[in-house]
Design a binder for this molecule. Structure first.
Ligand code: S3P
Length: 204
């Protein structure tokens, strides 16, 4: 007989992720920090495509750009993201330029659910301005470049399944909640058996 309060025998409702949640959007949108928190909440693995590329190559993204050029980095990004979309569904944070690749977009559309983390320019800029790790922003007019990227890429990010706006003063937990609400709303348009988030009874 279950003993009330015994963690081994009490069951509770949990959300089960049935396909990878893939975070897309510009540098500074919070894909890595929010993605990590989202994965923790769902009890699934978190992966960041930039970190995976760095681990595989033994170099920082900035160094890869400098030594081998952007096309080389993008080829690695396509391979890494294809691998991250396989296996047990988790949360995948992609580098800001990844979703520009038609191959990656198609792969994500087939295997996952894409979430565009959007934010206004000043919010993005405040988060990236003092970090030397973004090769595309190592230039004197970095903020103008970020604005150009934002404008140029918006129609592509808009192809994501879901868009969630990040507030300058919002917490990571508030973002996690809004992403989950948006995924549930997205699921409503799908038949029950293909829902991204399934409610299951899980032993606590
Ligand atoms: C890039 C974004 C970076 C990184 C690389 C290129 C881009 O990732 O992949 O510097 O093209 O926007 P973050 O969005 O995680 O900073």
């Amino acid at each position: 007989m279950p003993i009330a309060g015994d963690p081994k025998t009490t069951s509770r409702l949990a959300l089960q992720l049935t396909r990878p949640l893939v975070l897309v959007g510009l540098m500074g949108a919070g894909k890595t920090s929010v993605g990590r928190r989202l994965a923790e909440f769902l009890g699934v693995a978190f992966c960041d495509s930039d970190a995976e590329i760095e681990a595989a190559s033994g170099m920082e993204v900035r160094e890869i750009f400098e030594r081998f050029g952007e096309p080389y980095f993008r080829a690695g990004e396509r391979r890494v993201i294809a691998r991250l979309l396989e296996g047990k569904p988790g949360v995948v944070a992609t580098g800001g330029g990844a979703f520009l690749s038609p191959e990656i977009r198609q792969n994500v559309a087939e295997k996952g659910v894409s979430v565009w983390l959007d934010a206004d320019l000043d919010t993005l800029w405040a988060r990236v301005k003092d970090k030397p790790s973004r090769p595309l922003l190592q230039r004197p007019d970095a903020k103008a470049e970020l604005a150009r990227l934002k404008e140029g890429r918006a129609p592509v990010y808009a192809q994501a399944d879901i868009r969630v706006m990040s507030e300058a003063d919002g917490t990571h937990d508030a973002m996690v909640r809004r992403i989950l609400e948006a995924v549930v709303a997205h699921d409503r348009a799908r038949p029950e058996e293909t829902a991204t988030l399934r409610r299951i009874a899980r032993d606590a």
